[in-house]
Structures are given as C-alpha cells and as structure tokens.
Design a protein around this ligand. Structure first.
Ligand code: ATP
Ligand code: MG
Length: 326
C-alpha cells in the first residue's frame, strides 16, 4: 500500500483514556492508519510536568497501551511506543529550545491556564511543553497530527518553531498540521469544562457497563430543568449532545421527548449509558484479552521504540549537521 505521509500523535499517561480522547483523537488515530504511516506515542515525559504521583506512571503507560490497542491500533504497521524510551527527543528538545523565544511560550493559553490552576507548581517543563511537543512531532518528520481542539494552540506554536528553525538552518521539516474529528471538543460531566483526566470529569472507555451508568448519572444536564415535569432544552444539554454519537438514530425522538417532558433526565441518561455500553462492548472484550497478555503489550512497546529510534537517529544527525554540531 502506498501511504501519503507520516502521522504523529501522543497522549499523556495521566490515567485511562476517556470518551473525549476517543471522540476527539483516538478515532482518527485508528482511521489514519489506512492512509498514512502512523507513529503514536505515550508521552510520559509530558505527564511528569503535572503528575504528582509518579509511582502511578508505569501502570498508566500500560493501561494506555491497552486502550489504544483495543481501540484498533495495528502495531505491525503502526509504531506505538513510550516517549522516554527514545532519548533523541530530549536532545531535539534542547536544540529547538535555542530557537524558541520565551515570549511565545509564556503566551501559550495552556501554560497560562496551568499557572492559574497550580501557582505552586510552575516548573520549567510546563513552559517548555510546546517545545518538547514540537520535538515529538518533527523528530519523525510528521506532517499530520490528529488531536483534539485544545491542542491547536500548541500546534500553531510547533509550526512557528519549525519556521524559525528553517529561517536559521534551512528547510528541514514538514510544517505539521492538525487533523480534527467532527467532535474536537467533548465537554466533561460538569458540562462547563472540556472532558479531562486531570479534571476528573470524564468517562473512561475501560469502565464496566455498570460503572458507565453510574458515571453518566452524575452528568450535569439542562440547569433550567429542575423537576421531572419541566420541559428540557436539549440544545444546552451536554448529555443530549453525546446522544448524537451513541444513539444517532434516536436523536429526533429524544429531542422531542425532552422538550415535552415525555422523558426525564434519568431516562435520558440511562439511554446514553446503554448507547455507550453498546458502542464499547467489543472494545472491552479486546481490552480484557490484551490485559491477560502483559508480555505481548511490553513487546509491542519495545518493538515500537526500536523502530522509532531508527527514524529519530537519522533526523538528529541531520539537525546536528545543520546546526554546526557535527
Ligand atoms: P490531562 O487532563 O492529563 O491533560 P486529557 O484528558 O486532556 O489529560 P490528553 O492526554 O492531554 O488528555 O489528550 C490526548 C488527546 O486527546 C489530545 O489529542 C487531546 O487534544 C485529546 N482530547 C483530550 N480531551 C479531549 C476532549 N475533551 N475532547 C476532544 N479531544 C480531547
Ligand atoms: Mg490534556
């Protein structure tokens, strides 16, 4: 098969993957394998920027590999690996940091947000996050990056860093472009912030059907609908917006039943939980099979790191030569 270019994406092993990760990114990780050579990375160094419980890291890496493989990654073709296993990325990070103005990083919305939320832990890693992310992508000369909407500012920065590198040292990398899904921003169970592992407002793909039901029950719905008999407003309800993906055929029916108070929020949530459970039934089976074969998963990650290293070493040699180091 002739493939058109290279895809790179990564996710932080800060917990198991959730519906936001799936709808915003993993769907595309899987789909793009048909067209591109894909490189998918469990970015453990990025997790260190905010993770306090580093003893959880090893387990989280394994869980994320299970989620990805069960979702349909094909490790025979696709490179699946752990960021810190390919040390060239830290070298490229250091080299790119020489061409990245501080002002760009300090203006990044994600950096400002992290400073606002955790003023007690503003480390250099947080500031340099977009530089390391740029290194992740361009080390593999990837041109396409499947991500959720929250990552767009980082990708814009990556393109700017690439352009600046080129202005000093000549054309070397493709300018990486984001690839969004049709739902690039899934809201969390709180209904006001994006679904995030670190905000604990998420539904993990690996939950049991009963756990999904319990989680969905905690979701915030239309705040104006206080009592069962009040008519609802589906257009402002986060639970309703998820029906589009998990109960597509029933959306018109659910819409009118909500507006006329024909169903209550509890009924609506139960329908959503049923839809999610059906959508991920096969995923759960595959995940359980993989969980019973931890050596296989470790082998996939070791093989992925070996293949990634070959590409990375060639890029580093080229970059060092251009920068006058070799
Ligand atoms: P953390 O809270 O630790 O940052 P996260 O839930 O934001 O975790 P990431 O590992 O940072 O997840 O993101 C992995 C991928 O999933 C990224 O491409 C990101 O853009 C995408 N993604 C994360 N949350 C959502 C969401 N709510 N909607 C759509 N895409 C998302
Ligand atoms: Mg995130």
């Amino acid at each position: 098969m002739v493939r058109r270019g290279r895809v790179f994406s990564g996710a932080r092993p800060t917990g198991r993957q959730h519906l936001g990760n799936y709808l915003g990114a993993i769907q595309n990780y899987v789909k793009l394998q048909d067209e591109f050579q894909c490189v998918y990375c469990i970015v453990d160094l990025h997790a260190l920027t905010t993770l306090e419980d580093t003893h959880l890291l090893r387990g989280n890496v394994h869980e994320m590999a299970l989620d990805w493989l069960a979702a349909g990654m094909r490790p025979e073709e696709t490179i699946v690996f752990v960021q810190s296993h390919v040390r060239e990325v830290t070298e490229l990070h250091a080299l790119l940091s020489m061409v990245t103005p501080m002002g760009w990083l300090m203006r990044a919305p994600t950096f400002k947000e992290k400073v606002r939320l955790h003023p007690e832990n503003v480390n250099y890693g947080l500031l340099g996050y977009p530089v390391l992310m740029t290194a992740d992508i361009i080390l593999y000369k990837a041109d396409t990056v499947p991500v959720g909407e929250d990552q767009l500012p980082h990708l814009e920065l990556a393109r700017e860093i690439v352009r600046r590198f080129h202005s000093f040292f000549g054309e070397t990398f493709p300018e990486p472009k984001a690839r969004l899904t049709e739902i690039p921003r899934v809201m969390g169970l709180d209904g006001v912030q994006k679904m995030s592992k670190s905000l604990n407002n998420h539904i993990e793909l690996a939950l049991s059907p009963q756990e999904v039901r319990e989680k969905v029950r905690t979701a915030v719905t239309d705040p104006a609908r206080m009592r069962r008999k009040d008519p609802g407003h589906p257009e402002v309800c986060n639970v309703f917006s998820l029906h589009r993906f998990f109960n597509a055929a029933r959306v018109p029916e659910i819409d009118s039943a909500c507006r006329t108070a024909g169903i209550g929020c509890v009924d609506c949530k139960n329908m959503l939980a049923d839809g999610i459970n059906e959508a991920f039934a096969e995923f759960r089976e595959r995940r359980a099979d993989l969980a019973a074969r931890p050596d296989y998963v470790q082998d996939v990650l070791a093989d992925g790191a070996n293949r990634a290293r070959t590409i990375a070493a060639a890029t580093i040699a080229e970059v060092k030569e251009k920068m006058g180091l070799l």
